[in-house]
Write a protein of this length. Structure first.
Length: 460
């Protein structure tokens, strides 16, 4: 009687060392470096365009119409127009208009070329007209889509793995300087995608190379044009003191508070999104008016600028920290409330990234806590940034790096506090978030999109 076969032999996994030494891998690195140059230049151009449109719309336009300055009601018509343009782009251009921000930060494959105009115009309308979202998600999608499209143009029917790796390299290059360091962008994509194991370095190195090239392009273009590098940075950070026992107690409070706020923002954003999706264009206009109303209410109630609530908060964190003494407990409380609600509303309807608004809300909350006994300003600021980032992104390592690298040399001093706050926020957020339904549970017909997600068209 013949012995029963045990089935086909399991293929041995590829040897990472052999791949690194191969000629094909060297070619991949060259392609990654070449892709990094035009993609990072395109990303710089996108950020420069937004940087020019924002003051043109909110400062120069009212002056040209005869106003002495920007009227307090000015955000209302502007955000209504921004909502209209975003809704039209999401509804009528191919694709969903980019990443659905209410679903949280999720790494995905590069979009198809036909989707890029929708991503570009939806993000341009969102960011230029001051909705409360950041540029990082559109940049990742645009960078990945441009890189993948270039590969398909050069090579007919390329392997899907090659398209994904070079698409990821394009995403690395697009955000190479945005977060303050090419390394931070690499960690962001690595942790969001769950990249790990022995093949991590093989996949990561092309992206790191593209990010390094992209950072050099950003610096060169910023110097040549005089526009700067659009990099997240703080100036004149106060000196941090050594952590105390009381501050470790505050780390627990900040972590739990960030988790409660983050879960609340996401819960409400997902529920608003279901209503927005039914009537996309008029609903996005209404959401824009809500954001404007929150900014106007904050400005009238505190005497501070409405721009504290508008925009992503990327450039507002530096003046917030430097002038924190000018903000009372009441003003900071109203800022956290209005910015958090504007963030929530923007997540439900506009298109952009969730990172910078989360950092700003956390920074304002941390400064608020620092007005209370036992917590220093820099420690509260850093813990708030890290804890809120962990609550909204679900990426603890990136959240620690965002908070500590942001404050430069003072980051090492407060890092133990930030780690505690981030871990507490991450675990508390997981405890407070309802479990996602099992695949096919919602419809009974098969796997579907997760909470707040829109289905992506299949690749052709």
């Amino acid at each position: 009687m013949p012995v029963a076969s045990t089935g086909p032999q399991t293929a041995s996994p590829p040897d990472p060392s052999a791949l690194l030494r191969s000629r094909g891998y060297l070619l991949l690195l060259v392609m990654s470096a070449l892709i990094g140059v035009p993609v990072s230049a395109a990303a710089f151009g996108f950020l420069a365009l937004i940087g020019e449109l924002q003051p043109l719309i909110y400062t120069d336009l009212p002056k040209s119409l005869g106003f002495d300055g920007t009227p307090s009601w000015w955000p209302l018509p502007l955000l209504a127009v921004g909502g209209l343009l975003t809704g039209l782009a999401v509804t009528y251009l191919p694709g969903p208009g980019g990443h659905e921000p209410s679903a949280g930060f999720k790494a995905a494959g590069p979009p198809m070329p036909i989707e890029l105009p929708g991503i570009f115009f939806a993000a341009l309308a969102t960011l230029s007209f001051a909705a409360v979202l950041g540029p990082e998600a559109p940049l990742l999608a645009l960078g990945g889509g441009l890189a993948a499209g270039a590969v398909r143009m050069v090579k007919r029917d390329p392997p899907e793995q090659l398209v994904d790796v070079l698409g990821a390299a394009g995403s690395f290059a697009a955000v190479s300087s945005l977060l303050g360091s090419p390394l931070l962008g690499a960690f962001l994509l690595m942790e969001a995608s769950g990249l790990g194991g022995p093949m991590m370095a093989v996949v990561l190195v092309p992206g790191l190379l593209a990010a390094g090239i992209g950072a050099l392009v950003f610096v060169g273009l910023g110097s040549w044009t005089g526009l700067g590098t659009y990099s997240l940075a703080l100036h004149d950070v106060p000196e941090a003191t050594r952590p105390t026992v009381a501050e470790f107690g505050w780390a627990l409070v900040v972590g739990v508070s960030a988790a409660l706020v983050g879960v609340g923002i996401r819960w409400l954003a997902v529920r608003l999104k279901t209503h927005v999706a039914k009537r996309r264009v008029p609903a996005t206009v209404i959401m824009g008016l809500v954001v404007a109303g929150l900014a106007i209410g904050y400005a009238e109630g505190t005497g501070k600028a409405a721009t504290d609530v508008l925009y992503s908060g990327q450039t507002a964190m530096d003046p917030l920290l430097r002038h924190s003494a000018a903000y009372s407990l009441g003003a900071l409380s109203l800022l956290v409330l209005c910015k958090g609600l504007a963030y929530c509303v923007s997540l439900s309807s506009f298109r952009g990234g969730p990172i910078f608004p989360a950092m700003f809300v956390g920074a304002a909350g941390g400064i608020l806590f620092s007005h209370l006994p036992g917590l220093s300003l820099v420690a509260g600021f850093a813990m708030g940034v890290g804890a809120m980032s962990a609550a909204m992104l679900g990426l603890p390592l990136v959240s620690v790096l965002l908070a500590t690298l942001l404050i430069g040399a003072q980051g090492l001093t407060v890092m133990p506090l930030v780690i505690v706050a981030v871990v507490v926020s991450y675990v508390a957020t997981a405890k407070l978030t309802p479990p996602a339904p099992a695949p096919g549970q919602a419809s009974g017909t098969g796997p579907g999109p997760g909470p707040g997600e829109e289905p992506r068209p299949r690749r052709q």
